[in-house]
Design a protein around this ligand. Structure first.
Ligand SMILES: C[S@@+](CC[C@H](N)C(=O)[O-])C[C@H]1O[C@@H](n2cnc3c(N)ncnc32)[C@H](O)[C@@H]1O
Length: 288
């Protein structure tokens, strides 16, 4: 199966797979991500912990991987430096991961973060979430963290997710939550809390919303569950230390991730997950 997937891609001299794609409507984002990726980072996990809670996301990865069948194949869309999968050789060596990102330099960093697993159990693909170069019904899991929120045409990315998932495959998306507590603190401090629209010179951001949830429900025609996580890790409020890999507070935080409503008012991320079910005649005829 992996050989089949790779046969549709070009293997470039830098060890990264690619295909021709057009990214529509994310020019500012591409520029700012290119600039961020141009630096040399000495300690990747330290840098990552400024923007993500490593203990929280490690536990989320563990939970996701438990749902993936033996020798399953997953795709991480907007996977950037690929750090979510750095423990796979120990925890799930049977699983193959395809990391797709539209910034090639991010994938070059991923090569350093993931070392020997590159082109063994992890493959890096320079591509776009809204036009994936994979066949229908390819993956057991589609995973994406804080990417849909930056894609103006997020509905296209969701329909691509459903298309490439096998029947029974798991869709798991994390977006920034629209946090009532942070909104209140920002208002008290007289600062703007960005909910939706362009952040000039940086990127488009649309926090998790009922529109995103409805688009997932409509595309998958299935129940969509929600999960809130990162309760203590609040970089927007300058609380970053729980994001460190070894943080005990971070480890406690990882066990606070749960379905609504308990932490919906404070959690930094809101996740949506569902399963692909066969839907109609169209699916069946595509499958034959
Ligand atoms: C906020 S970062 C999140 C990175 C990673 N998922 C993580 O959790 O550390 C967003 C990533 O999505 C990528 N990205 C944004 N839009 C994309 C698109 N349309 N197709 C592929 N990658 C995209 C960016 O290059 C960047 O690496």
């Amino acid at each position: 199966m992996t050989g089949n997937i790779l046969s549709k891609l070009r293997l470039d001299a830098d060890g990264i797979y690619s295909y021709d794609f057009i990214s529509a409507g994310q020019d500012d984002e591409r520029r700012s991500r290119e600039a961020y990726a141009s630096f040399d980072y000495k300690n990747y996990l330290d840098e990552i912990s400024r923007n993500s809670s490593i203990p929280v996301m490690d536990r989320e990865v563990d939970i996701f991987l438990k749902k993936i069948p033996r020798s399953g194949i997953i795709v991480d869309v907007g996977g950037c430096w690929g750090w979510h999968w750095r423990r796979n050789a120990t925890i799930r060596p049977d699983v193959t991961v395809f990391i797709v990102d539209f910034i090639r330099k991010n994938l070059i960093h991923a090569k350093k973060v993931l070392g020997d697993s590159i082109n063994n159990s992890v493959f890096l693909v320079h591509g776009d979430a809204t036009s994936l170069a994979f066949d229908d019904n390819t993956f057991d899991g589609w995973w994406s963290v804080q990417v849909l929120q930056h894609i103006p045409n997020f509905k296209k990315a969701i329909s691509e997710a459903r298309r490439v998932l096998k029947p029974g495959g798991i869709f798991m998306n994390y977006s920034l939550n629209n946090q009532p507590l942070a909104r209140l603190i920002y208002r008290i401090m007289g600062k703007q809390y960005h909910i939706k629209g362009e952040i000039p010179g940086r990127f488009y951001l649309s926090r998790a919303s009922s529109k995103e949830l409805d688009a997932i429900k409509e595309t998958f025609s299935n129940e969509v569950k929600q999960r809130f996580c990162e309760v203590f890790f609040q970089p927007e409020l300058r609380i970053r230390f729980p994001g460190k890999e070894s943080s005990i507070i971070g480890k406690i935080d990882s066990f606070l991730s749960m379905d609504p409503p308990l932490f919906a008012w404070i959690a930094r991320q809101r996740a949506c997950y569902t399963t692909k079910i066969m839907r109609d005649h169209h699916d069946k005829s595509n499958n034959t």
